[in-house]
Design a protein around this ligand. Sequence first.
Ligand code: 2AM
Ligand code: CA
Length: 265
Amino acid sequence: MEDQLYDFACRLAEEAGQYIRSRMDDRTNMEQKTNGSDLVTVVDKASEALLMERIQASYPDHWILSEETDGEGNSYDKLRGKPGGYGWILDPIDGTTNFIHGVPHFAVSIGIVKDKEPVIGVIYSPLTGELFAARKGHGAYVNGQAIRVGEEAAVGQALLGTGFYAGDWLPDSDALPEVARMVGRCRNLRMTGAASLDMCWVAMGRLTGYWHRGLHPWDSAAGTVIVREAGGTVTDYEGNPYDMTQSTIVATNGRIHQELIQQLC
Ligand code: 2AM
Ligand code: CA
């Protein structure tokens, strides 16, 4: 069952990605959500419709939680209200701001959970052609090649990533003190704007670690499977194992995890 779901999710992510590529000219056709930094395009919505239609046609008894349909209200409560069995957690375009500006760092993110536990993660970057995929207990891959987290053993050698979510892009942002605490302590910092892909970068060692506050399940569910299957660790800021209803996330190669949490908080 799960190997079929895995193949289906990989093909589906590629299909949605191909669709997004075909609509690059429409990328500035956008609306504001909560503020001028919180944007959605017609392509986000159309990509979501494609994903949902395909999943409902093939797996009518599975539930779906998806950003543009479920983004209003409390996503964690919505997730808690879902039944057991298989569910799909979708972000039709993660990194919408990058998409709008033509920055080739955005992705279709598909997480599959069983009884609320993430078991499959598929993240496809349409402009770079990188398909990241992992299935619990079966390793993590980019375009079929196995990937592993980086080897850095200390924060001082780490290239780290973080980001500001739309509602926290403010002069008194809660993310700023975290950034200030890490300046000068790690090798350097990247803020590339797509949580799902940034987690894939941890999984393949481009980044040593990543932290972010204010995330929703669709930003992090798929990436968590990929980081863990690549040998990494994913927790909240307190070090509790990631459970999809926590909005803070720390994803690392494992070796720097405790040191990063101590320095960050
Ligand atoms: P998005 O592109 O799907 O909106 C940027 O640091 C990351 O934060 C992106 O993955 C982005 O996802 C996510 N993000 C943007 N706005 C957000 C919000 N209001 N709440 C949670 N995550 C958000
Ligand atoms: Ca999105």
